[in-house]
Design a binder for this molecule. Sequence first.
Ligand code: AMP
Ligand code: ZN
Length: 114
Amino acid sequence: MSDCIFCKIINNEIPSTKIYEDEFVIGFKDLNPLAKEHYLFIHREHSKNINEISDSDPAQLSDVFKAISTFTKDSGLAETGFRVVTNQGANGGQTVFHTHFHVLGGEVLGGFGS
Ligand code: AMP
Ligand code: ZN
């Protein structure tokens, strides 16, 4: 989508620090990290949120989670642990409307269950 900032990152029209790339998915550093390590994983196909991607092409979710699995194993995050978060809509706190998964780690994370 032409006015989507994450599509622009995919097309290298705006800069990002990419940490993972394959045929279907890219991962890059979040501009405003909320943990020592904070990455965003997105499918190259535009969809606006998890409900849309689930309805239109749920296989894309497998593509993203396979990428997260490969990256976290290769980077060591899988060993120390990490969290995956996705936000949908206003109450969820979504600010960018290209489906994305936050991968947080590198330290003990507060909140949920701790
Ligand atoms: P959300 O609030 O779940 O929609 O998450 C959007 C995330 O995108 C936020 O954590 C922002 O810090 C991040 N973000 C926005 N613009 C950029 C950018 N150009 N490069 C990297 N991360 C970005
Ligand atoms: Zn997009």
